[in-house]
Design a binder for this molecule. Structure first.
Ligand SMILES: NC(=O)c1ccc[n+]([C@@H]2O[C@H](COP(=O)([O-])OP(=O)(O)OC[C@H]3O[C@@H](n4cnc5c(N)ncnc54)[C@H](OP(=O)(O)O)[C@@H]3O)[C@@H](O)[C@H]2O)c1
Length: 390
């Protein structure tokens, strides 16, 4: 049994709350977020089974005070990457375990990386608490797929291709499946992959190929930099190459090109009618909220890891993947599949800590733990996986 504090009441945070409520082991769920009205809507959706409060998570003292009031056993950060460090600092002060789904990124520079959070390892260790980093789908389940392959299928993993396809249709001309600001910052930055001990940079979306995604078929996927590459390079010692491939429709890319060309994806302030605004924040205000896409979303996501290496001296290839249906996600928790595939693993990560299946003091990436109990829970709680050996 355990109490959980979820910070951030957006598309994925709402999924975490509803999935926690499905499990009696979460004895109480409290959701705190910037806009109280969103928490109130979620509270009503859950027949008043959660408690809520308003919180600006950029303010460590406010987060600390909320932790003191709620007294959670674990905090799940479902706000934005900008809030990671302030929430982690509050968890350290209150000595409470921490879980997130995206690594820290400074607001004024589109450059996410683990350094800032890894640097807090000793403080978490000394405080005797655990910070679980990257417990979403990617990062998250994809890292666990790699740990599972390492444990059960390979002596040495040499190559990993993380392949991420959303073959769904939300019916809008242009929308992002998770927070628009974070999504557009991620995709418009330079691509990067790891090969033979080196990081190789490419122009944004300049490398693409057709990939045959399980259960959804052939789709064009683009090589982009994604945060789990950084931690997997650290934790898979024999790795020679790791790349991340994500699909985008031509319509999405055309819209993004236009938005970039007219300056609407800029993150530096401009003055408009005497007031400073950040164009990307303004664009976010115009775009649909990711949670609003759920009801009419059709189709599936197909995300997995194509892994090759050596087993008992023989070359081997294994594909581990999950396919998630937007409408099935809606039936379960009124969410679309991208929020669902993020929220379910965040709930499972917190569950691993509360059940003491994952223990330790310090800051850890998800692939550092035993993958087996997490994989069992994926099967149980809505994200079943399949393994193909080739
Ligand atoms: N690992 C993965 O697979 C994966 C996949 C998708 C997303 N993610 C991550 O999941 C997180 C949530 O994504 P989402 O799609 O749910 O985004 P979202 O719908 O925009 O939700 C973000 C929520 O955080 C709240 N928030 C923002 N700043 C805050 C602050 N200073 N204090 C308190 N609350 C604050 C927002 O409040 P307002 O309502 O006031 O805006 C909103 O409710 C992001 O960090 C994203 O990068 C991870």
């Amino acid at each position: 049994m355990g109490k959980v504090l979820i910070i951030g009441c957006g598309a994925a945070g709402s999924v975490v709350a509803k999935k926690c409520l499905q499990l009696p082991m979460f004895s109480h769920v409290h959701v705190a977020s910037r806009t109280l009205s969103k928490c109130q809507t979620l509270k009503a959706d859950t027949q008043d089974k959660i408690s809520i409060s308003q919180l600006d998570a950029d303010d460590t003292d406010q987060v600390y005070r909320t932790i003191q009031e709620v007294k959670p056993d674990v905090v799940i950060n479902m706000a934005l990457p900008y809030q990671d460090l302030s929430i982690m600092k509050a968890c350290l002060k209150a000595k409470v375990h921490y879980v997130d789904t995206a690594n820290y990124e400074p607001k004024d520079e589109a450059k996410f990386c683990y350094k800032w959070q890894w640097d807090m390892h000793d403080e978490f260790k000394n405080a005797g608490i655990l910070a679980l980093l990257g417990s979403g789908f990617d990062p998250g389940v994809t890292n666990v797929f790699c740990a599972y392959a390492k444990k059960h299928y390979f002596d040495e993993i040499h190559e990993v291709d993380i392949i991420d396809c959303n073959a769904g249709d939300h019916g809008k001309a242009f929308a992002t499946n998770f927070n628009p600001e974070i999504n557009i910052r991620e995709i418009t930055q330079r691509g990067k992959y790891f090969e033979n001990g080196q990081w190789i940079e490419i122009d944004p979306l300049s490398v693409s190929k057709d990939i045959d995604f399980p259960e959804v078929g052939l789709k064009r996927a683009y090589l982009i930099y994604h945060e789990e590459l950084e931690s997997l390079v650290k934790h898979l010692p024999h790795l020679k190459r790791i790349q991340f491939w994500m699909t985008f429709s031509q319509a999405y890319i055309t819209h993004l090109d236009v938005l970039q060309n007219v300056g609407l994806t800029r993150i530096d302030p401009i003055v408009f009618k005497g007031q400073e605004i950040i164009p990307l924040e303004f664009l976010k205000a115009l775009l649909p909220e990711p949670s609003s896409l759920a009801e009419n979303y059709t189709g599936k996501t197909s995300i997995g890891c194509l892994i090759s290496g050596l087993s008992k001296g023989q070359k081997k290839e294994v594909l581990i993947y999950n396919v998630c249906d937007h409408q099935e996600s809606y039936k379960d928790v009124q969410a679309q599949a991208v929020s669902y595939t993020t929220g379910v693993p965040a709930m499972i990560g917190a569950k691993m800590i509360l059940e003491k299946k994952w223990t330790g003091s310090g800051v850890f990436n998800i692939e550092e733990f035993d993958p087996d109990p997490f994989m069992e829970d994926l099967m149980r709680y809505g994200l079943p996986y399949k393994v193909q050996q080739r």
